[in-house]
Design a protein around this ligand. Structure first.
Ligand SMILES: CCCCCCCCCC(=O)SCCNC(=O)CCNC(=O)[C@H](O)C(C)(C)COP(=O)(O)OP(=O)(O)OC[C@H]1O[C@@H](n2cnc3c(N)ncnc32)[C@H](O)[C@@H]1OP(=O)(O)O
Length: 217
């Protein structure tokens, strides 16, 4: 069995949060490379859903491991520092350019309100066709974090995020996510959000985001 080549020494880097935010929130240029990378992420996402649904035979697993190791080596050879990557670029870190969470499609964002929707596949499931609670929270963090950035795209970090789970969040169904800035106090934005399945409130959250100062990570 091959082990992953640790590329972090070449690619890990820490720069000013504002500079990194500017890079990450600038959409990747619409080039054949970017379009192909988006198709690659879609395939990875499809793979994740297929992976959790399958019980492959031992032989099939060994065959897949060899194929995946080869794919990984190809990616390792193309590794670049974070500030040069295509991954998670664009208006919203939780959009189509990532595989951490079900992709959010933004309907509206300004300095006060955020609205988006998503449909989650089985990779996001906790148990019994209900979304994993951590995935619910990462959706809130992403939506609220984007709202905290506002129209000026400030760099902000989550100080706290409290999620209340009210009803099961279904897999495979449209979910609507809203967030609102309730109060602004200097660098602090208090934000609340709701996750809906039709008229059913699945979860709600309260959070505090603080705009980072120059020099902070
Ligand atoms: C691929 C997809 C990725 C999707 C990501 C989407 C968005 C993600 C956003 C995040 O998740 S960021 C990651 C999680 N958050 C962190 O790792 C933050 C870790 N904490 C920090 O780095 C610092 O605490 C921080 C920069 C946020 C603030 O440090 P500071 O030293 O600048 O601020 P300070 O401690 O002075 O606190 C600022 C204000 O907040 C207040 N505060 C701090 N903690 C608090 C608390 N727990 N409750 C209430 N108020 C609090 C504090 O009292 C103060 O109020 P005042 O300005 O009125 O004096």
């Amino acid at each position: 069995m091959t082990t992953p080549h640790d590329t972090s020494a070449q690619t890990a880097q820490r720069i000013d949060a504002m500079e990194m935010t500017k890079h990450r929130r600038t959409p990747a240029p619409d080039t054949p490379q970017t379009r192909a990378y988006i198709r690659l992420l879609e395939e990875v996402s499809n793979f994740q859903h297929a992976l959790v649904q399958a019980n492959p035979t031992a032989e099939a697993s060994d065959e897949l491991i060899a194929k995946l190791a080869s794919v990984r080596e190809t990616l390792e050879q193309a590794a670049v520092p974070e500030a040069e990557r295509l991954y998670a670029r664009g208006e919203l870190s939780g959009g189509e350019m990532q595989v951490l969470m079900p992709p959010l499609t933004v309907e509206h964002v300004d300095d006060h309100e955020f609205r988006a929707h998503t449909v989650a596949g089985e990779f996001a499931m906790g148990m019994n066709q209900a979304m994993h609670g951590g995935v619910v929270s990462v959706l809130f963090d992403t939506a609220m974090g984007r709202l905290a950035m506002g129209t000026e795209m400030l760099s902000a970090r989550t100080v706290y995020l409290t999620t209340q789970y009210r009803n099961i969040t279904p897999i495979g169904e449209r979910l609507d996510l809203t967030a609102t800035v309730d109060t602004v106090e200097g660098r602090k934005k208090f934000i609340s959000g709701q996750l809906w399945h039709g008229d059913t409130l699945c979860a709600e959250a309260d959070s505090l985001f603080v705009a980072v100062k120059p020099g902070q990570q």
